[in-house]
Structure formats: C-alpha cells, structure tokens
Design a protein around this ligand. Structure first.
Ligand code: TXA
Ligand code: MG
Length: 323
C-alpha cells in the first residue's frame, strides 16, 4: 500500500478516534480528515483551515452501503451515480441523515458524500469504522495539496499526522453533483464530466454557476498560490513574460509541452499533453512556484474538453484578483 503500512493506518485511525486531524491521501487531493461524528474535531478542521463557518464539509465513506447512513430520502439519480462512479472522484449532495451533525454540513440539510478510491483512504476510513469529514487539506482559499509535503508545508502542526499516499492520481478536486432535486445539477466541475453523468442518468446534467448552495470552491477567488497567476495562450506567452520580467518580477512558466525560443523565466514546468496529465500536475506546479519564491506564474491553458473545462474553472479562480 504505497508508502504507508498497515500500522500507520491503524495509528491514524486511532488518532481520528481520539478527535485528532489526519492528512488523508485521496485520488483527487489530500483531505484534512476528522471523525464526522465528533463536534470538536470538526470544529478543529474549520480552525486549522481558517475556513468560514457555514461552509459544508464533504463526508467520506468506505463502502457503498454507508451512503444510507449519511444521507436519507435518496433519489434514483443518487443511487445510479454512486453505483456508476464510486469509489471515485465524484461527490454527491444528498439529503442529510440525522446521524450527521450540522457542524459538518454548515447548518444545511444536505450533505456532500464521497467514497474515494485511493487505497490508503479506504483503509483509513474502514479502520476508523465510520464516516470521515474531510475538506481539502489546505488553508482556506489556497491551492489544494496533491502531495503529503504540500499538506505539511501548508498546515504545519495544525495537522496531527499525515499519511503519505504518494502523489494524487487525479490532481483536482472531485466533481460535485447535487442530486437532491429531480434535476441533478453539477456544482463543481472535475474529472467526471457532464457528458459522463448525462450518459449514466439519461438526462442532461449541466454545471450551474448560479445555484444558491454555498461552496467555497465557487467563490470567485480561490485555489490561489502566493504568486500571481496569469493564464495566457501560447502565442502571447513570450510578450507577457518579457513584460513581467521588465517590471523586475521573478516569473515561473507552466506549459503543456516544451517551449522553444522563450527565455527569461525563472523556471519552466511541463504539464504534458492531455488534460488528465494536466490536472494531475497543475497544483504541484503551483506549489512548486511558491516554493521557488517566484512572484508570478504564467500558465498555458489546457485544451477544451470536459476535463479542460474543470481545469479552466480552477485557473480562472486562481488568477482572479477579486475575492
Ligand atoms: O476531491 C474532493 O472533493 C476533496 C477530497 C479531499 O475529497 N475534498 C474537497 O473538499 O475538495 P473541500 O471542502 O475543499 O471542497 C468541498 C466542496 C466545497 O466547495 C463545499 O462547499 C462543497 O463541496 N459541499 C460540501 N457539502 C456540500 C453541500 N451539502 N451542499 C453544497 N456543497 C457542498
Ligand atoms: Mg478546498
């Protein structure tokens, strides 16, 4: 089990039982895990992240059947999507069961629930023996962690223990679908696309930027590294780079493939062709830019398929200048 042994998982499960916070690898990004049934532990998540109260936290389960203990009055759409995509990078917003505390759901009567596919996450949740609340393991508004080192760098000793499950396969946060109503609505884009959801449900499932459900991932400015992010198409990259350099700025570059004849960047990182590879590497590139201390990063946008749209959503928020 990748970089983590059974004993560490047992230790982490015990930490959760004792109300502590554990950095949990998942296939999307690392989560900051706590016992979903422990009010104080859930409060500690908000404190560690600096996350505003009232912002709901996703509950993670270790087996499909647990959906019925976390949620209630489940719709057909909820069951179909869980069967089709779990374990995996999909969060379902369902009606909250009484067993889930309102602190977890930010006072709402719905709950976001997901069964992750990462073997370490599943082992931890099952060793713990109950639902685990876990937002992404970063300070509020910052870039999500895709490696254990990102968690430690971002949260320091606010996290009691970090399980190192290697680099996250998916690299961006789960797709979120609200399945509480007759018409399912995508609240956050991710690796699982609108087209895939539509195929499983047989009805059009679309992203809505205007739904009323509050979600931190939906505020205009989010997923931000310390450096300013500029999303620039390839033909304009050189001009933007020269402009920033002439202003005396240290600039990092994140591009889809090797870029010849462009000079002056402090460092260049290649995310590779294809949107899956892009998603997997993007946050690591942004964390790397911060580690190198550049004050600007020029990012070449991905191509425009479904996953590309999810990436563009993150880049738009990362480059936004307003909160
Ligand atoms: O991939 C992921 O989803 C990761 C890993 C750790 O599972 N988690 C994650 O959590 O991204 P977080 O808290 O950083 O983002 C969860 C998003 C937030 O925007 C939150 O508002 C939304 O999910 N959410 C959670 N419960 C919700 C609910 N009941 N209704 C609407 N949105 C909800
Ligand atoms: Mg987050």
């Amino acid at each position: 089990m990748m970089m983590v042994n059974e004993q560490e998982v047992r230790l982490a499960a015990r930490s959760l039982q004792e109300g502590q916070l554990v950095g949990m690898p998942t296939e999307t990004v690392y989560g900051l895990a706590a016992d979903a049934g422990n009010h104080n532990a859930v409060e500690a998540i908000f404190a560690a992240k600096g996350r505003p109260k009232g912002q709901p936290i996703i509950v993670h389960i270790g087996a499909l059947e647990q959906l019925d203990t976390v949620g209630c009055d489940l719709t057909q759409a909820a069951r179909k999507l869980a069967a089709a995509f779990w374990p995996g990078p999909l969060t379902l917003v369902v009606k909250r069961s009484d067993r889930i505390d309102k602190t977890v759901t930010g006072g709402h009567d719905t709950v976001g629930v997901r069964m992750p596919s990462h073997p370490v996450a599943l082992a931890l949740i099952n060793a713990f023996g109950g639902p685990v609340a876990a937002p992404s393991a970063n300070k509020y508004g910052a870039v999500s962690p895709t490696k254990a080192a990102h968690v430690r760098a971002g949260l320091g000793d606010r996290v009691d223990m970090v399980l190192d499950g290697g680099a996250c396969e998916v690299g961006i946060e789960s797709t979120i679908v609200d399945v509480t109503k007759e018409e399912p609505v995508v609240l956050r884009l991710g690796l699982i696309t609108e087209a895939q959801l539509t195929r499983v449900l047989g009805v059009d499932v679309c992203y809505s930027a205007t739904s009323h459900t509050p979600s931190p991932g939906r505020v205009t400015s989010h997923y931000k590294p310390c450096a300013d992010v500029y999303v620039i198409e390839r033909p304009e990259i050189d001009a933007k780079l020269q402009e920033l350099v002439s202003l005396g700025r240290q600039v990092g570059l994140v591009v889809c493939n090797v870029l010849d004849g462009i000079h002056g960047a402090h460092h260049t990182q290649v995310v590779g062709d294809g949107t899956h590879a892009y998603a997997r590497k993007l946050y690591d590139c942004l964390h790397f830019a911060d580690e190198k201390g550049v004050d600007a990063v020029i990012v070449e946008p991905p191509t425009g398929d479904g996953v590309g749209m999810a990436i563009m959503d993150r880049l738009r928020r990362a480059s936004a200048t307003v909160a």
